[in-house]
Design a protein around this ligand. Structure first.
Ligand code: FPP
Length: 249
């Protein structure tokens, strides 16, 4: 059961119109830390705590898929101490959360170019994915060493290889073929993309998959984003009219 106090706004959520898949750009850990005279890794650590709580809340609210941007393919450009600190933090976060993920029957997945992650982190992530692969509650995906353009490049390479082997005709390649070669082809596109800390950009996150996602930007820095903030985002989503390019009367 949830430990959260009852939030009256939760009762306003229409359970028949929940976003099936929520994606989150967890931004603002550094600013949150600076505002408290702490170093950036302190902010990332608090971000890890927020992530655990938000995944639990998403599952309890009935969300089926949650995908979060944990480390982008561009984040390697950060100072070495921050990169190493983040890799360690993600490993410790995984060790800290895995029992609860299993207990809650969440399926943990990872998308991105995993080959470049530290060996131990990669091995433990792969083991966690194996252990949880049959679970049917929240599908909880971490994007690590992830880039939206790199994902499309990897899909195109795989399709080109099939074309070279004569398994697919180039002029028959369509959107469904590209989608089928992305990192998580069985996961539906995000209905709602949340970005914390105010910036209004995609930052190379799920470029193909967010073509028709509703975007919700909040000024709240990620470490302060909690169950109530998630409820606010879902309520805002439920006010939107999704048109997918068509006319809606
Ligand atoms: C962006 O904030 C955040 C990141 C680059 C890392 C996100 C990592 C976590 C939330 C830790 C836990 C993650 C996982 C996957 C277990 P920023 O540093 O760019 O903030 P700033 O823009 O205020 O400097």
């Amino acid at each position: 059961m949830s430990q959260e106090p009852t939030n009256p706004r939760e009762a306003e959520i229409d359970p028949t119109r929940l976003p099936r898949h929520i994606a989150i750009i967890m931004d603002g850990n550094g600013r949150w830390a600076r505002a408290r005279n702490q170093d950036r890794l302190f902010g990332h650590n608090e971000g890890g705590r927020a992530l655990k709580a938000v995944a639990t809340a998403a599952d309890e609210l009935g969300i089926r898929y949650l995908t979060v941007y944990g480390f982008s393919s561009e984040n390697w450009r950060r100072p070495e101490t921050e990169v190493n600190g983040l890799m360690d933090l993600i490993l410790y976060w995984l060790r800290d959360c895995l029992d609860e993920i299993i207990e809650k029957r969440m399926r943990l997945r990872v998308i991105g170019r995993l080959d470049d992650l530290p060996t131990v982190l990669r091995a433990e992530l792969e083991s966690a994915m194996r252990v949880t692969q049959a679970y049917t509650r929240l599908t909880f995906t971490l994007a690590l060493n992830y880039g939206g353009r790199a994902e499309v490049v990897d899909a195109v390479r795989a399709i080109a290889e099939k074309a070279r082997r004569g398994e697919i005709a180039p002029d028959a390649i369509d959107e469904a073929d590209i989608a089928a070669h992305l990192y998580a082809p069985d996961v539906p596109d995000p209905d709602l993309l949340i970005r914390t800390a105010g910036e209004q950009r995609l930052s190379n996150f799920l470029l193909w998959e967010t073509a028709y996602s509703e975007i919700y930007v909040t000024p709240t820095c990620w470490p302060d984003f909690d169950r109530a903030a998630l409820v606010d985002a879902v309520l805002e989503y439920q006010k939107r009219v999704r048109k997918f390019g068509a006319v809606v009367e």
